[in-house]
Design a protein around this ligand. Structure first.
Ligand code: ZN
Length: 147
């Protein structure tokens, strides 16, 4: 699939996360894990969370797919450790706003490296790639809350 043309600085940041992803490892004893795929592009991730009380004490993932999907998960995990479940959910909602073209969200410092993905909002087919990690996160938190 053709890669969207993004600002070159952002493109570089995306490739850095793709080549050297954060938190890409298998966790020994996750509280919850979710496996999600985006068959349109061939992206796949398994997200693992360790939840203690109402906080995410650890997060990891394994997966494969396009640079946008894998970089987005890496960027997401870099922001999650130590966050409360409600903070993590807010981040997910903020990211979705950014994928819908919300300019304020794309400039929100709380989004960290995820801001590099703002340009993806112009490529509807690729939005699913970028959202895969947060979709898995929200499903995982739903599971964690119901156990
Ligand atoms: Zn993809």
């Amino acid at each position: 699939m053709e890669e969207p043309r993004l600002d070159s600085l952002y493109q570089q940041l995306i490739l850095e996360h793709y080549r050297a992803p954060k938190n890409k490892r298998e966790m020994d004893d996750p509280s919850v894990e979710v496996h999600l795929a985006n068959p349109v592009c061939g992206d796949e991730i398994r997200l693992q969370l360790k939840v203690e009380g109402d906080h995410i004490s650890d997060v990891s993932f394994v997966g494969q797919g396009c640079s946008i999907s894998q970089a987005a998960v890496s960027m997401m995990t870099a922001l999650l450790k130590g966050r409360s479940l409600s903070e993590a959910d807010s981040l997910a909602e903020r990211f979705k706003e950014m994928m819908h073209g919300d300019e304020a969200a794309s400039k929100d410092r709380a989004m960290g490296d995820l801001r590099a993905l703002a340009g993806v909002s112009k490529f509807p087919v690729r939005i699913k790639c970028a959202l895969l990690g947060f979709d898995a996160l929200q499903q995982a938190m739903g599971k964690a809350g119901s156990e």
